[in-house]
Design a protein around this ligand. Structure first.
Ligand code: CP
Length: 298
């Protein structure tokens, strides 16, 4: 396998320029959703190898391929020999010999890295325990649509240091924004991935003058058995007593699904600051631009 394949396993795989180009293209594609005769992926197939549940990621990739004139194959572990122990390396070689692009949603990030290493076509991360880069494309696009460039702005993450938080850390470097992260002290000590961002035990301190406030469920998919984990976050609900410290025109985002009354209050979730439905729809447009970009590189 001599040719270098451009994968998208985390934001670190692409340059800032390429990420900004993808988002600009996504905004253009959104304006012209069903451009007549534009079928760049006619006769191409995208495989979705999903080991976890999904609404937004699955639907947006399937619809993206329909808009582009291509096809999708949805493969859960129940449908493939992966679920019966066939090695990831062998599965990657076989599936990539027949399809043109692969999206994987799985648990361990090392599994997608191993898959990508053995794939002859681009692999996109549809979520691992470490990163969720496709969601960040949609989030950055949504911020830019509403407020313009995010460079130099302040983003506040309140919640667990999970795959979304890690992706925001990567995005802060790629898009040039200031990031403050707030979560319980023991989680900061245990999970802090990098030193060069600001961590706060007190969410009010983190939210001060924020332009964007983001949160996620307290317990990520696959970790649902740990109820003691949720109890630690009871003071970390994004509600008006926290958002009143943000900039007046702050934006609120959540990758969804949300647990209203836990990580976010209903009043914030339904406020004029909340752009969660636009953020969800933008998964489609951002991923269409990503697919186009990766396939052009081929
Ligand atoms: N935000 C997100 O990835 O949603 P799904 O889990 O529904 O795909």
């Amino acid at each position: 396998m001599s040719k270098r394949i451009q994968h998208f396993l985390s934001l670190k795989d692409l340059s800032s320029d390429d990420l900004i180009k993808i988002i600009s293209r996504a905004i253009e594609l959104k304006k012209d959703k069903f451009k007549e005769g534009y079928e760049p992926l006619k006769n191409k197939t995208l495989a979705l190898v999903f080991d976890k549940s999904s609404t937004r990621t699955r639907v947006s990739f399937e619809v993206a391929m329909t808009h582009f004139g291509g096809n999708t194959l949805f493969l859960s572990p129940r449908d493939t020999q992966l679920g019966r122990g066939e090695p990831i390396e062998d599965t990657a070689k076989v599936i990539s010999s027949m399809v043109d692009l692969i999206v994987i949603r799985t648990h361990e990030h090392s599994e997608i890295e191993l898959f990508a290493k053995n794939s002859s076509v681009p692999v996109i991360n549809g979520l691992t325990e470490k990163f969720h880069p496709c969601q960040l494309l949609a989030d950055m696009m949504t911020y830019i649509e509403n407020k313009g460039s995010i460079s130099g702005k302040k983003v506040c993450w309140i919640g667990d240091i999970n795959n979304m938080c890690n992706s925001y850390i990567n995005a802060s470097k790629k898009f040039g924004f200031e990031l403050s992260v707030s979560c319980p002290k023991d989680i900061i000590e245990k999970k802090k991935p990098v030193d060069e961002i600001d961590y706060y035990e007190n969410p009010i301190d983190a939210a001060k003058k924020a332009d964007l406030i983001v949160t996620d469920v307290w317990t990520s998919m696959g970790d649902e058995n740990s109820s003691s984990h949720d109890k630690k976050f009871s003071n970390y609900q994004v509600n008006n007593s926290i958002t009143m410290h943000a900039n007046k025109d702050y934006v609120f985002m959540h990758c969804l699904p949300a647990h209203i009354g836990e990580e976010v209050s209903q009043e914030v979730f339904e406020s004029n600051h909340s752009v969660v439905w636009q953020e969800a729809e933008n998964r489609l447009h951002a991923q269409k631009a990503l697919i186009e970009f990766l396939m052009k590189k081929e």
